[in-house]
Write a protein that binds this ligand. Sequence first.
Ligand SMILES: [Zn+2]
Length: 93
Amino acid sequence: MTHDHLSGMGECLTDPGPLSHDDAVHVMAMHHSCPDECWPQRRARETFDAEYTASFFPMDSPSPDDTKLARLLREAIRLTPKSPRVKQPVERG
Ligand SMILES: [Zn+2]
């Protein structure tokens, strides 16, 4: 048991509140070996979870990747030959 770890224990019992990405990275580096009860570590995990969720399930605004994908899809649709059925003239009776 090191003295450094003991001096950091007070931090572990304090809820740091929501963390920015940079804070979360820093906190995770400091507290990665703490038990699950560690507040800073929990907040850091929340931050990472939120980022992970947001990047895979964009609900509000399209991400740059989505915009790029949409452009690729439109291009692919444009390049896809129309189906023969669509090309046939409408029969008039
Ligand atoms: Zn901790």
